[in-house]
Each structure stands twice: as structure tokens, then as C-alpha cells.
Ligand binder design. Sequence first.
Ligand code: CTP
Length: 455
Amino acid sequence: MKKVITYGTYDLLHEGHIRLLKRAKKLGDYLIVGVTSDLFDKNRGKMNVRQSLSERIIAIKETGLADQIIVEEYEGQKISDIIDLNIDIFTVGSDWIGKFDYLKNYCEVVYLDRTEGVSSTALRNSAFSEIVLGIVGVEVPVERMIEEIKYVSGIRLSGIYLNDKNKVDKIKKINSNLLIFSSAEELLKQSNAVYIAVARDENKKYIDMALEYNCHVLCESPMFLNSTDTEILMERAENKKLVLMEALKTRYFPAFQHMILLLRSGIIGTILDIDVSCSQFPDSLDINNKYFGSIYDFGSYAALPINSIFGKETVEIHLRGEFLDEFCRFLKGELLLTTGTATFKLGKGIKTEGNMIITGTEGYIYVPAPWWKTDYFEVRTEDLRNTKKYFYKFEGEGLRYEVNEFVKRINTRNYLMSAEEKNGLWLVSKLIETLEHDIIKDKLNRKGYMGSKSE
Ligand code: CTP
């Protein structure tokens, strides 16, 4: 029996796919179709796949052409599939000519003519109207965002409004074609979506304005500084059928997503504790604006793994901080949750090791610094020789993954935030409220260290 194998994403199954599968089937007696996993596609930078793995598998099944369907999960899997499944012929469309010649050492390689004029990319682009994104910002992510957007299809920039005039020349240098607007309102009129990266106390104002102008919103974290704003603006966006999403890039990194799945599958047993740190020593430190301080820059990042793993049930929060006047340069937190404990160290203008350790009853996960730009982690047990290492490369600065999610939500009209995201917003605003409350009450001695506690 001659066995043939072929691989692909098969998003929005189309005539080109079906013609390829028919011809692949004719090459032998038994056809195996490898369908790429969602994570594998993200890892190799294939953005904007519309259908989930199970939807794509069902579509292939329904063609009746595949005798067997397997999932392709990692780079290098083809060789082991070909050996393990005793494959005689590997085949793929001619858009890949030469790319798989290395497989000739294991089986025959056949490139079939690609069907002209149809592709998943074209279908994706025609199915959805274009997203026109304006940028409102003062900060570094703006420069990165301008670059990263180029890698996501179905979205283009309308222009930028900078409320810091000194940044205009710098941005013009990066992208001389970009339109610079003199007011946020003018920018919003020319856009149907907006990315907001301003000092955190201004988020609310610009989110309000963007919703007023019927724009979907992607806003740097922490999106809200208190739980009242969170509730009000989330409800307003939902009512207006607009996407409101926090730009917390780590949440969408392939490595972080995979780590959470592994933890939920019990890889280190019951999870007992998370210890996480984030710090940055910036080129220039603006201590006159407290909203650039440690909790504002990194609070959402610390809250992300804590909330993803333990959920919302925070019983106690203890904070100890070090301040330069209003500016919180260093903050240490201890959280007691119903099912575990967590500690964090956040620093802006100080430096500490930015790693993460997640402790379980059967082992622990170690994510090296900077864990929030994570592409690698280890699962360790008593015997370090059994350490398992996981590597999930991310492309560029990694912002394209969150932009991709933003685009996907707009196109699929998914206006509801997940419970996990809502809990994350809740936790960070709780931390900020606790800190503000303790400062007002002068429980936190700004020059020194005093504990705080919230029920
Ligand atoms: N294919 C084909 N003719 C087309 C499109 C795809 O023969 N018009 C083949 C590819 O060469 C590959 C298989 O179908 O062997 C699966 O391709 P996939 O990458 O999933 O489809 P595309 O439409 O090329 O997807 P995209 O636009 O996302 O790259």
C-alpha cells in the first residue's frame, strides 16, 4: 500500500485545497493530512487564521478525501511522521518548491501545481472590512506598534496623534508617510479603531472619546486604575458593540499560552505559589509623573499569571513600597488567595532579576528574565536531569500577537471580554486602589517600608 502525506493550515477550506487533496490522493492508496495546530501557526508567524483547529479538521473530514488526519504541532515533526507512519510520498503545493527537498532522504517528494487565484489569505481579507487604526500616544510602544502592525493583515494605520510634541519628529523619522494629527478627535474621525498608549491616568479620557467616535479600542495596560471605571467603560463598549481590549502582550505570546495550558493539565501537580518580578531601568526616569511608576508600568504583567492561575479569589493583599515623593519606584506585594499564595516585586528605576517561578506539589516552572517577553521556560522536578525545556519563538517585538487577537475580535464581532481578562483588570485595579488607599491613610511610609493590608 502506497502511503501519501500532505500538510497545511486549511483555513476557510477552498477550491485550491480540495484540488490539491484530490491529486494527493491519486498519488497513492492512503492519504494522511497533517493539519497545523493553532499554536504551531502562531509560532511560525502565521497570523490571522480564522478557524480553530477543530473546525479545520472537521472541514477536511467532510471532504471524504483523507484516510487519516493528524495534527502538526512543531517544526521538524514531518521527518518523524514520515518515519513513524511509513510514508512513501510527501506532497505539497508548488508554492513550497524546494522548501521540502530535505525530506527526499526519507521518501519521495512531489510538488503539485498550486491552483491560481484562490487562497485563505484572500478569502480572509475579502470576508472582512478593513480596520483603520489610529494611534494616540506618548510612549515607546507606539514606535513598536507602527512596525508590528505591518505584519498583521486586515488592518492599516490612519495616522497618529501625539500629546507629547517632542515625540513628533522621532515618529516622523520612523515612518515619514504617517499622517500626524493635531487633535485626537480628528484622528478618531478618520479611524474605526484606536491604539492608546498614554500616561495611565489619561486612559479613561481617551477610551471615552474613542467609544464616542465608535472606535474599537486597544489600550495599554493597566487599562483602568479603579474598578468603577472598569465596569462603566466595559459596559459602554459592550452596548455599543465595540471591542475594548487591554494591550497586555504577554497574554498572547505563544510560550505564555502554552505554559498556562501545561499548568492546567497538571504538569507540576497542584499549584501552590507564584513568585514574579518585573523591573526596568529606563534611559530617562520621569519621577514627576507617578503614573509611570512601577505599579502602573508592571502591575498588569504581575497580575497576569496570578490571575490566570488562581482566578479572582484574592483574600488579602499586603504591599510594601519605596517612593520618591509620589513616584513608586519599588513595590513588593504578597497576595493570599483561596487556593494559593503569590508574591511580586515591581521596579521602575531599580533593577532586579525579572524571572518567574511557579511552585507546585510535583515540580516547578522556571521562566527566565525577562519572563514577560517569554519565549522559553523549564519544567523542573527534584532530579534536574529530568528538566523539560520548552521554546516557543515569537516574532519581532511580539506586539503582532495582541494586534492579531484585536483584529480577530473585531472581525468575529466578539465584544465580550473573557472572564480571565475581566479578573485581570479587577486584580490590577484592586492593587492600585489598595496602594492609593494606603498612601492616603499614610499607612505606607513613602521613604521607608510599612505593611498594608486589604480584606
Ligand atoms: N494550495 C493550493 N492552491 C491554493 C492554495 C493552497 O494547492 N490556491 C495548497 C498549498 O500549496 C498547500 C495546501 O494547499 O499544499 C494547504 O495550504 P494552506 O497554506 O493551508 O492554504 P493557503 O490558501 O495557501 O493559505 P494562506 O493564504 O493562509 O497561506
